[in-house]
Design a protein around this ligand. Structure first.
Ligand code: AP5
Length: 266
């Protein structure tokens, strides 16, 4: 367990041979959510806050790639080395590599505590594969949260982001600074600036989003799973907005007979 007292996502980050400590509790109707939105819109920040309210685990494909990147080169598979090259440039990692990595961790999708998928799916092919997998496993997706923010605010968020190399917590130099410069409030590890937050990579990432990921909005709209959320304001305000939208969505879809109860405010 990390010093945050939260599940450490070991099985997700390290792979199927790792166990999470503590194991998420099985709940009667787990939240199974996908977080969609442009790079830098705040998906990771919201996933972290939503985890505290809904107890579902935060599963980020970007975190898996970054963790693999921090291992010694000799410990990286050829597929992972190739994936990291794509990532550094800001390009999407090919679907086959991403899907293999998710499939290895599909136990996390079956987890009784639910999940908050951040950064996956990102292409129509990935969305189709996930749909198939969930149908085969008889798992229901609760909703897809689509976060929206004007481009200039997205760029400002990306250029000031700092991330913890230990517990993966995310900060912003002006909007969400750590108490001590460059040190994580939660675990005391050093903060770093992501390689793909450099201006050239940001441009490529935003283009990749428009071309490959934005079509997922229509895909999920078509299956009536989409809940759109304005991502302006403080992270806590956006989280409250998300919870309200989910409650409203659940009421409107009462035939699904959701029995979830929202956790207390952290
Ligand atoms: P990934 O790690 O998924 O990156 P991303 O989608 O580009 O999203 P980000 O992590 O950049 O942003 P975010 O929306 O989570 O924002 P955050 O909360 O950090 O993927 C990285 C790369 O991996 C991809 O480019 C690709 O190469 C590869 N990859 C991963 N998954 C893949 C897949 N499925 N298929 C193919 N390739 C894949 O917030 C950003 C900043 O804003 C922070 O500094 C934060 O503190 C600040 N902030 C957040 N909210 C607020 C607020 N309300 N007010 C002010 N500041 C805020």
């Amino acid at each position: 367990m990390t010093s945050t007292g939260k599940p450490d996502r070991a099985a997700w980050i390290q792979g199927p041979s790792a166990n999470c400590d503590p194991r998420p509790e099985r709940v009667q109707a787990p939240w199974r959510l996908i977080l969609l939105g442009a790079p830098g819109v705040g998906k990771g920040t919201q996933a972290d806050l939503l985890h505290q309210r809904l107890n579902a685990c935060h599963l980020s494909t970007g975190d898996v790639f970054r963790s693999a990147g921090s291992r010694a080169e000799c410990d990286q598979s050829p597929a992972m080395k190739a994936a990291l090259q794509y990532m550094r440039r800001g390009d999407l990692v090919p679907d086959s590599i991403v899907w293999e990595m998710v499939l290895e961790r599909s136990g996390c999708l079956r987890c009784g505590g639910g999940f908050l998928l951040d950064g996956f799916p990102r292409t129509l092919a990935q969305a189709e594969s996930l749909k198939q997998l969930m149908e085969n496993q008889r798992l229901d997706l609760t909703a897809v949260l689509n976060y929206r923010l004007p481009l200039n605010e997205i760029v400002a968020r990306l250029s000031g982001r700092r991330s913890c190399q230990g517990c993966k917590a995310v900060y912003h130099v002006t909007e969400r600074p750590p108490r001590l410069a460059d040190i994580c409030d939660r675990c005391g590890e050093k903060l770093f600036q992501r390689e793909d937050d450099q201006p050239n990579s940001v441009k490529v990432r935003l283009e990749a989003y428009e071309q490959s990921t934005a079509p997922l909005i229509e895909f999920y709209q078509g299956s009536r799973m989409l809940v759109t959320i304005a991502a302006s304001g403080s992270p806590e305000e956006i989280c409250e907005r998300t919870i309200a939208a989910l409650e409203d969505w659940r009421k409107r879809n009462s035939e699904h007979n959701f029995r979830n109860t929202l956790g207390p405010k952290p």
